[in-house]
Structure formats: C-alpha cells, structure tokens
Design a protein around this ligand. Structure first.
Ligand code: GDP
Ligand code: MN
Length: 389
C-alpha cells in the first residue's frame, strides 16, 4: 500500500527525520491560508501516488498569493499525468504547501526490502532528484548499496560509512546518521517495504532535509498497523482492483484484450505467458482464489468485463480446493446475468471436472472448451474479433 508524500513526511518527522514545515490543502483558499502562515516563498506540490511530479508540472515554487492561487486552482480536481502514471494519470485532491528550501545539493536515499538477501537494503547516491531507475541505468557506479543485518539493526558505523561515501564532512555526518536511523526505524517499526527520500537535500546553509518522501507498506501487516491502514487513499487506487478485493479476488489490470479468470497466482501467471506465446495480450491478472462459489465467479466476470478493452474471456481452472462444477455454474450464471456477447473459452481440470463439463455443455451457451492450457490460449487468441484492416 502506498501513501501520500505529506503522510510519509508526518510519519518520518516522528522518527526525527528533518522535513520542511508545511500543511495540507484541499482548496485554493486553504492553500493560501497555509502559505500565509508559513510565509512566502512556498512550494506547492500535488499529492498523488506517483513520482515524477516535478517534470509533469505538479510542483511549483510560488512567490506570492496570486501565483499560488492560480496554480492551486489549476491543479485541484484534475488528473496529473507523470512518467510513473498511466495515460489517465492520478486525481489531485490535495496539495502540500511547504516552506521553500534553498537547495545546495540533491542526494538520493532509499530503503527497500531486498527479497534476494531477505534484508533491508539501503541505496544512496550523490546524484539525487533523478529517478532511481534512470540512475541505475545511466550511472550504476554512482549507487552505494548496504545491507542491514536484522540481528544488529543499523549500526552507527554503517551510517557513517554511507555519509562518507556521499562526500559528507563535519556535522553533516551526524545529521546523516539521524536521518538514516529515523528512516530505518520507521521502516522496521511500521512494516514498510520501501522508504525513499529523493531528493535528500543539503541546504545552502548546510542542513540535511528530506525534500520528498515516499513510503510503501506491506499489506499483509496492515492488520497490526491500524494507524498506517488509516492513511489509505482509495481515490488513488485502481477502482477495478478495489471492487475485486471486496469479493476476495486478486485482480491487476493490464493493457491487453484477453480477459483472464484463473485460480491460483501461479496458474494465472502461466496462463498470461501462454497467451503471449500464442501471440495475444492479457487484459488482466485475476486469481479467484480457493473454494470459489458461483457468485464469486460471477463477480470475477463483472470485474474483468468492466475493462472496455476486453474482447474475449478465458476461464482456466485447475481445481484442487476449488470445484469445477461450482466454477462452471458461475460461468453459466455470468453468461446469462451479464448478457455476454463475446467469445468465452473455458478450460476445466481437476475436482468434479466431469460435472463441470456437463454443466457447460447442457447450458447450450456458445462457449468454447479446451483440454489443455496451451489449447485454451490458442483458441482465445484466435477468437478475438479481427480488427478492420
Ligand atoms: P517528484 O518529481 O514527484 O519526485 O517531486 P519532488 O518532491 O522530488 O520535487 C521535484 C523537484 O522539485 C525536486 O527534485 C527539486 O529540484 C524541486 N523542489 C521541490 N521542492 C523544492 C524547494 O523547496 N525548493 C527548490 N528550490 N526546489 C524544490
Ligand atoms: Mn522526488
């Protein structure tokens, strides 16, 4: 789960990470009020769950109230499209108004859960402000990496080593230790999966400040972090994924046109690969989970069909805990209830498969069936309506 920059800064502030003074605004009037409290110049920043806002016009230094009001009015209520969003962008409903910072140098600091080493890994660089993916590609040597041993936690000499690696001297080293310790503690104590400060700034007078902040959290740990769970902003999430989650479905929207209804994450991924191999493109990842009732299968159809790009539906079930007859009943119900008018390919295997196939056949609905995964993918790809040449 992602949170907004202003929320991440509020959390990090509690762990002694220095962040600029600021306030949140939902209207241009509130933004002006915040700015008057702070004193001009201020920086106004669109709060969306995506980076790359600076380059997309979502961050602006405002010197007076007229400039600020015009900028706030132009941003609020519309979608901001950045390099990290899709073509639709993310809606801007709140702005962060902050005291402007006089930047001396921009650095990069990130903490991620490195699944390979099963440790928290710190990534730092003297080259801040640029996105980490670009940095890793263009200047891989500019990245410093350090792995934290969970038995000892972050040890002070590690923070100092990074500070020296970043070219710090004098009391900046101690300031960096404070930032580093705060980020590490926040990461660990709040069950984060990512903390990113980009840029971490050395101000002209020589102070360290987290100018931007991004945090992601382990959704499986939210049950024990109610104060983090409360920071969720559904307005920033894919509404299709939201609706799916309510039915116990695991859905991720993609760009293709073959809608997928599968049980099991592994089989879902294998099915997506087989579709690609057959020359098609999946419209989504969807795992209906174990013990899916006919109702849940209908909900799965509804979710998949809410994507206007879908032109074929592929149902692929290898039933262990699931029952093919329940799934088949769900497919038949969905076909009738949702008035389906597109090709549906069904491949069933496993528990109660004969009964499942009998339900499909006796429905006399125009569905295509397949014996194997490869066959199902090939049929689905071939069944797509041909685009006019
Ligand atoms: P992002 O583009 O979404 O990552 O948004 P950031 O918060 O990182 O802001 C983008 C850029 O705007 C930063 O890299 C800075 O160069 C600039 N910026 C943000 N806040 C300030 C500020 O207070 N003063 C100055 N001079 N520049 C700022
Ligand atoms: Mn940034």
């Amino acid at each position: 789960m992602d949170i907004h920059e202003h929320q991440a800064k509020d959390l990090l502030r509690r762990f002694n990470v220095p962040v600029p003074d600021g306030g949140i605004a939902f209207t241009p009037e509130q933004a002006a009020h915040e700015a008057r409290q702070l004193g001009f110049p201020v920086v106004v920043k669109a709060q969306v769950h995506a980076g790359g806002r600076g380059a997309a016009g979502g961050v602006k230094l405002c010197r007076n109230e007229a400039e600020l009001s015009a900028f706030a009015a132009s941003l609020l209520g519309r979608n901001l499209v950045t390099k990290q969003t899709d073509a639709q962008g993310k809606p801007v409903h709140r702005l962060l108004v902050e005291q402007a910072t006089d930047i001396g140098q921009e650095l990069y600091l990130g903490l991620v859960l490195d699944r390979k080493s099963e440790r928290i890994m710190i990534v730092a660089s003297r080259e801040g402000g640029i996105e980490i993916e670009d940095l890793a590609e263009e200047k891989p040597d500019a990245l410093l990496r350090m792995v934290i041993d969970p038995a000892t936690g972050l040890v002070p000499f590690q923070a100092r080593e990074l500070a020296f690696g970043l070219g710090m001297q004098g009391n900046q080293v101690a300031q960096f230790e404070t930032v580093m310790r705060g980020c590490y503690r926040a990461f660990r104590d709040l069950d984060a999966t990512m903390v990113e400060i980009n840029p971490l700034v050395i101000t002209a007078p020589g102070h360290l400040v987290a100018l931007d902040a991004k945090m992601s959290f382990d959704t499986n740990a939210l049950f024990r972090r109610p104060e983090v769970a409360a920071l969720r902003d559904p307005g920033q999430e894919d509404p299709r994924e939201d609706a799916a989650a309510e039915h116990g479905l695991n859905y991720v929207g993609l760009e293709g046109d073959i809608g997928c209804i599968i049980n099991g994450a592994g089989l879902a991924m294998a099915t997506m690969d087989m579709i690609q191999l057959a020359g098609g493109a999946p419209a989504n990842f969807l795992d209906i989970g174990g013990g899916a009732s006919p109702e849940r299968v209908v909900a799965a159809f509804r979710t998949v069909l809410s994507d206007p790009n879908v032109s074929v539906v592929l149902v692929n079930i290898f039933a262990g805990i699931n029952r093919c007859d329940w799934v088949a009943q769900g497919v038949v119900d969905a076909y009738r209830e949702l008035d389906l008018n597109m090709p549906v390919v069904v491949r069933l295997a496993g528990t109660n498969v004969e009964e499942g196939q009998r339900i499909i056949a006796s429905s006399e609905l125009p569905m295509m069936t397949a014996e194997t995964l490869a066959e199902a993918a090939t049929i689905a790809v071939a069944a797509r309506p041909r685009l006019a040449a």
